[in-house]
Write a protein that binds this ligand. Structure first.
Ligand code: EPZ
Length: 424
């Protein structure tokens, strides 16, 4: 297993280009199962998760042509099975987003259950609630750890669905399932993330009739069939936030290019509260923390447009180095503080009570052997290592490589002392 050796090379300077969004491209790829026509997706990041989704689509019978430069041509002319591949689903839980399109296209899907992970149980009860509302029967086959979803005799029928929590995955799955359902489907308390809007835009290009994506009420008028599309992936707002924090934690100056300020407003606001200079410029976001008197602030993660849970750990790493006490409250996932122990190994002295992390701040972190406990926590540990005294070794970096394209190259391009080595 590989690891990253991180050293403090001082402030990071320069500019970095943001790649296509991991959490947008995965549902965009799954949506191609809705049609037998060719779908073209551009701006696709070169990620392990994209490779897994490619494998999932091929397992269902699609052909995926990759031009090696971020452009995919996906044609699901025949669906040869509606059974998800257990190994691939276990590798990447987001594969479950193939359920909605398969149910819409074939009237049935059998999906292994991905199970929990470091940050939480990750149930799919809201996805299944949505499918049931569309008239499907759902068998939760716990013995074989899978769900079997079958549309009614007349196919899926539109209805109103209230999501108890604005789940991103459930909104995506129900949105795709409802595209060809008879009548109208209304998703209430829907997730409003930019990735939902990006998916709805591609679905509408394919012939769907979706209104209200990006708001908490999405209305879908079912259509007879879906066609091909050509679509470019939105930039990755979480990668954007990660590099904004790289400038902040190293007290450097970075121009984050191809970033959409409108997708990272809470991160801009919070960094400004800490005294970091953040400006929206023509081709991105300029972040300057050089020679700034920084102060602490509190963070509370919320569904979009609130502060993103995926930036909670990178922001916490930054807060450990800022003078003053701060509190970080995680409201989206029930167990997303696994990185606290790792930061404490570097001298952060964080304590946790009732899903709130208390950060004393003003620390000079020291290098240590730490591990990436999830994708974003891995990035957070690298950020901490860039600000720490001495050498930090981050292991289990496969998490990071799942979700950040050219991670090492982008950081070394900014002057970071970062090397990837195979674990002894
Ligand atoms: C998506 O996960 C993202 N992943 C996550 O990013 C992100 O953290 C999350 O949305 C929240 O923004 C992808 O898009 C591939 P949810 P998802 O369903 O869809 C509960 C990363 O690092 N819930 O909005 O799984 C759930 O337990 C990853 O890139 C139910 O209770 O998130 C959690 O507490 C990590 N029942 C909360 O909702 C359900 O049926 C948010 O989950 C579904 C979810």
């Amino acid at each position: 297993m590989a690891k990253l050796i991180v050293e403090n090379g001082g402030p990071l300077y320069g500019e970095v280009q943001i790649s296509g969004a991991k959490n947008a491209v995965l549902p965009l790829m799954a949506a191609t199962l809705l049609t037998e026509e060719k779908c073209v997706i551009d701006g696709v990041p070169d990620l392990a998760d994209v490779k897994v989704m490619k494998g999932m689509l091929e397992n269902f019978g699609a052909t995926v042509v990759d031009d090696g430069n971020g452009l995919l041509e996906i044609t699901a002319s025949q669906i040869r099975t509606v059974n998800g591949d257990r190994k691939l689903v276990t590798e990447m839980r987001a594969s479950t987003v193939a359920m909605g399109p398969l149910l819409a296209r074939c009237g049935k899907v059998v999906m292994p259950l991905p199970g929990g992970c470091a940050i939480g149980k990750r149930p799919i009860d809201l996805h299944l609630k949505g499918f049931r509302a569309l008239g499907a029967t759902v068998i939760e086959d716990d013995e074989n750890e899978q769900v079997i979803v079958t549309a009614g005799p007349k196919g899926l029928v539109g209805d109103a669905i209230y999501l108890d929590f604005p789940s991103v995955g459930a909104t995506e799955n129900i949105l795709m399932a409802s595209t060809m359902a008879a009548g109208t489907t209304i998703i209430e308390n829907a997730a409003k993330e930019p990735e939902i809007v990006d998916l709805a835009n591609q679905l509408n290009k394919m012939g769907a009739k979706i209104k209200g994506a990006g708001t908490d009420t999405i209305r879908v008028t079912g259509v007879e069939r879906m066609g091909g599309s050509i679509h470019s992936v939105i930039p990755d707002r979480i990668e954007t936030g990660t590099f904004m924090l790289a400038a902040a934690i190293t007290r450097g100056e970075i121009l984050v290019k191809n970033a959409l300020p409108g997708h990272v407003r809470p991160i801009i606001a919070k960094l400004k509260e800490c005294g970091v200079e953040v400006e929206t410029v023509d081709d991105g976001i300029y972040v300057n923390a050089r020679d700034k008197e920084l102060i602490a602030t509190n963070i509370k993660t919320l569904p979009y447009p609130g502060f993103p849970t995926d930036i909670q750990s990178p922001f916490m790493a930054f807060l450990t180095t800022v003078k003053g006490k701060s509190e970080v409250k995680e409201t989206v996932f029930e167990n997303r503080f696994m990185h606290v122990n790792e930061l404490n190994r570097m001298g952060a002295d964080i304590t946790i009570e009732n899903r709130i992390a208390y950060i004393p701040g003003g620390k000079t972190l020291h290098g240590a052997k730490v591990r990436a406990t999830d994708l974003r926590a891995g990035a957070a540990m690298v950020l901490a290592g860039l600000a720490a005294e001495g050498k930090t070794e981050v292991s289990e970096i496969y998490h990071i490589e799942r979700g950040y394209e050219k991670f090492v190259e982008k950081f070394t391009g900014l002057g970071a002392l970062l090397t990837r080595v195979d674990e002894d």
